[in-house]
Design a protein around this ligand. Sequence first.
Ligand code: SAM
Ligand code: SF4
Length: 437
Amino acid sequence: MLRYYSWTIGCQMNKAESQRIAGYLDAAGYQAAASFSDADLVVLNTCVVRQSAENKVLGTLGLLKGLKNEHPNLRILVTGCLVNSNTQELKRRFPHVNLLFKPGDYPELVAWGQKQGILFEQGSLRGPFPALKTSTHYNDAGMTSSPCVYIPIIQGCDNFCSYCIVPYRRGREVSRPVEEIVYEVKGLARRGIKEITLLGQNVDSYGHDLPGHPDLADLLNELNGIDDLARIRFLTNHPKDINLKLIDTVASLNKVCKHLELPVQAGDDDILKTMRRGYNVKRYRELVHTIRRKVPQISLSTDIIVGFPGETEEQFEKSLSLVKDMKFDVVHVAAYSPRPGTLAWREYQDNIPASVKKDRLNKIEELQAAVASDINLQLQGKEVEILVEGRKNVKWFGRTQSNKLVFFEDAGDWLGQLARIQIEKTSPWSLGGKVKK
Ligand code: SAM
Ligand code: SF4
């Protein structure tokens, strides 16, 4: 039996694509291996959004070079945002790699497999998105892993924020037809999947390139009607594109989780302008106000970049104020990392010292820990419903509709079940409690 090992870093889109590649390999008769050294075939799904991620990728490619010297038959496949259009240059740098294919380019993977005598099943659906195989989630005995899956609904990004490499690596936006997504989700729900997360770099752009221009709200309406499906999430929204129709849809549909990822990136108008985000701070604050008015139980996550070229102390303080005022449930903060080829890399000097970036990053994280601690403390003693996703050591874990991670201990088999938990312990990052039977 041939074995594969899949290594993934980066965003949920990469995780979704790795799930799909694993589906192809399962169907071709491969089995998952426990480590690189146990594998006959390795898939690296890479991220280069920041230099730190790229360094990890390069380190792993170096490690695999050594492994291939020992096991010359090892096949190495590389995908994700490292793979740009100049694959010749990458092939020259990494001659030990057997196949480089662009994110989501499954036809390229299948064509390579055919040449190697590996029988990948072609996705039964059209377009660049093959059906997600559920064999990684089920066997004849039932559920073997998480009841949650990621479903890419739109590939690429047309926004070209000045700091971001994604549009260069993932190309322009391409949406999947509504009926294709609905067909796939119906199949998954029939086989026990309870929660889907619809993915796109900017889900608010969904459908603009499809006949009849269906939008995300239309898609959510269709998916909400699928029996057996319990929850629907989606990410990422763009503050310049999210509209009232979508917010009203989130408010009205029972299966759509009351949680939004709405990256703001900075709290200063000049920085936002240089970032090419297409909104200002006032508009963002108003947007959050509107969302909270229409969906009072909404939980909000955001992303912030600190140390963007030229960011003064005063401008940074505005990001801090925004975090203090908005009371986000989660803030993902990153230090600016210049990405070759982007506008910011070409035009602006990366002039904020690493120590200052680190200091700013820590300040946001400290403030957010205090904010999240207060928000989560309000759940102390309350009862919440979670969908149980898995087990870590002796504890089951799952998430509330609002995306709070909750742990509990129980001898029963809770995988894939909705459980009611009485919260006994809170922290900024997770909650703990007792299951109510
Ligand atoms: N499309 C989403 C959006 O508009 O925010 C997010 C996609 S991006 C791949 C994920 C996050 O990485 C961004 O929200 C941003 O905070 C961060 N990021 C992207 N490029 C970066 C860079 N050059 N340096 C630091 N952080 C970066
Ligand atoms: Fe990158 Fe901006 Fe597109 Fe998000 S919206 S993927 S940050 S270019």
